[in-house]
Design a protein around this ligand. Structure first.
Ligand SMILES: C[S@@+](CC[C@H](N)C(=O)[O-])C[C@H]1O[C@@H](n2cnc3c(N)ncnc32)[C@H](O)[C@@H]1O
Length: 252
């Protein structure tokens, strides 16, 4: 069997960088470069819809969050927007984890500014520092697409979730609305990379964004991957006709 870490990466298209370690390092470097402008660009480029989608993700988990002592982790948390949404509703513990130090620094600062009880830690979503069966829910917002190996990511989430615990993946997906679809694709492929490069001063990440979305599994394929990885009751909800989709499933 090949070494899992040195195996060719089977996830983000940045994986063409080589094996999983090289792909992970390339993703980390890319996010470190955009970190200072990440929040601004997110909100501008999505016209503010991204926050509504994160709030909807937190609402989908509210019963779990309201249980006293529940443990919920937000993986690939970036600057912590979803982590903080989750924490606001939580009667237990919420932790945000990411492997990019500049993103985590911004998340911690934001958390302190907002008086949040959320905690943040440095962790690779493909090698999580959590015990088996330890979490009541796990979330990823716009992070799953960047993993160097999607199947390994799902297996690792499943490992750390308790039986019956929920995985929520919020990610860009396929637009199905007939008129809006081509307009959105034009914006996403032609306008957004230029706007992103102009505001952030870094071109690469905003060229990578449409590439990584177009190669990412669509709604049904991601649902299929989750089932194959051992999640049951897998369902999804589209936002803005499929610009983004929230997939939910429970550890079987
Ligand atoms: C597009 S940002 C999303 C951040 C945040 N979840 C949000 O909603 O804005 C993707 C994040 O995933 C992180 N990431 C990508 N691959 C990762 C991995 N293998 N382990 C941990 N974090 C990872 C990046 O460092 C980056 O902060």
């Amino acid at each position: 069997m090949s070494d899992p870490v040195r195996a060719p990466a089977q996830g983000s298209p940045i994986a063409s960088a080589g094996d999983e370690v090289a792909a992970g390092a390339a993703v980390r470097t890319m996010f470190a470069a955009v970190a200072p402008r990440y929040d601004l660009l997110n909100h501008v480029l999505s016209l503010g819809f991204d926050m509504a989608w994160r709030r909807a993700t937190a609402r989908a988990l509210r019963e779990i969050l309201r249980r006293p002592g529940s443990c919920v982790a937000d993986f690939c948390c970036g600057t912590g927007d979803l982590t903080l949404c989750l924490s606001r509703q939580s009667a237990g513990w919420v932790v945000g984890a990411d492997f990019c130090p500049p993103m985590l620094t911004l998340a911690r600062r934001k958390s302190v500014r907002r008086g949040s009880r959320a905690r943040f830690l440095a962790a690779d979503a493909l090698r999580l520092p959590f015990r088996n069966d330890s979490l009541d829910a796990a979330t990823l917002a716009f992070g799953f697409r960047n993993l160097a190996n999607y199947d390994r990511g799902l297996a690792e989430m499943r490992r750390v979730l308790k039986n019956g615990a929920c995985l929520a993946i919020l990610e860009f997906s396929r637009v199905h609305w007939p008129v809006f679809g081509p307009i959105f694709r034009f914006y996403f492929r032609r306008v957004l990379p230029r706007l992103g490069a102009w505001v952030s001063g870094v071109a690469g990440p905003y060229r990578y964004l449409p590439d990584s979305v177009s190669l990412f599994p669509d709604q049904e394929s991601l649902a299929g991957k989750m089932r194959m990885a051992g999640f049951r009751n897998v369902r999804y909800r589209n936002f803005a006709g499929g610009v983004a989709a929230l997939h939910l499933g429970e550890k079987a």
